[in-house]
Design a protein around this ligand. Sequence first.
Ligand SMILES: [Zn+2]
Length: 136
Amino acid sequence: MLTYKRCNSLFIQRGKEVDAKLKVDEVYTKIINRAMRDAESKVNSHHVFEFDRCSTHFLVQETINLRKRRHTKNFTIRLHDKWCDYKKFQKLHMPCSHVVVACKHVHHNYKSYIDQVYTLKYVSNVYNELFGKLSN
Ligand SMILES: [Zn+2]
């Protein structure tokens, strides 16, 4: 019972924190904001080649690898399929740096490819009414 009450209190507190952020027009979670800043910081190290008239297929060349964890590569992007060779886009449901640079190249808003689970509205719904009242 004590664990239930503590957990309930934590969810109420977290829900209030999320709602406070929504009231000041924040849209995304801290995690996605950090990930998008990281992706945007790499944009200048990528070259984009467009492959179709609909602006959905791209080849993105990395010119330098800022973290030096692997060699520079080329990546194919298919925006309509939410697909990138690097696979981070498919796995995490958030745009990788290759998708961000491809979207910027054709003036698309890359944030439209961020999954709703990263929105504060979605998180608020998770905290909302998760715990029911216990009967005696
Ligand atoms: Zn990618």
